[in-house]
Design a protein around this ligand. Sequence first.
Ligand SMILES: [Zn+2]
Length: 213
Amino acid sequence: MNIVLFGKPGAGKGTQAPRLAEALTVPTLATGDVLRAAAQAGTPLGLKAKDYMDRGALVPDDVILGIVRETLAQAKYAGGVILDGVVRTVPQAEGLRDALASLGRQVDAVLNFDVSNDEIVRRLSSRLVCSSCQTPYMSGAVGDACAKCGGKLVRRKDDEPDAIRNRLEVFERQTAPVFEWYRTHGARVATVSATGSVEEVTKRALAALGRPA
Ligand SMILES: [Zn+2]
């Protein structure tokens, strides 16, 4: 089963991905992780991606999708995958369709984690991250020590209220149409309310996939 997780920044995709992976026994694939892994492995596409990342530039779609395709061809992903944050624009959705088709596969389900904009602003503006290991924290104060590595907790510039509003606008303009695209291209799509506890949201997501916990 190949599943795309979809939702606004701060909707909790990154929290739900490993939980769904465990329940469904399929691995997750997040763009940042596969780009770093490919760069480290020194594959031709990985080195290309590294070149962009080292310059602080966005890695182009064709490079990302090429790496995603190579990654999905690995045995580990043969039984399915949970794609987290891989598809943010309609051209990327089309590129992913082609990459999967070349492996004889397709996107089977798209889960849309739905949260109001007010809730997103509330969540993200209270989020802190460790300045060393990037672990997110939903409580605590700026300057507290990270429980994992002792690094200082900071608020990302991205998580200031104005920046969040801006990210939500980009989502509405570029990413929201992706869900509509899947709806009209034959994938099973489901909207899951992403408010409430982490456990509740996981239960709803599994039910939407026809796999009640
Ligand atoms: Zn840390």
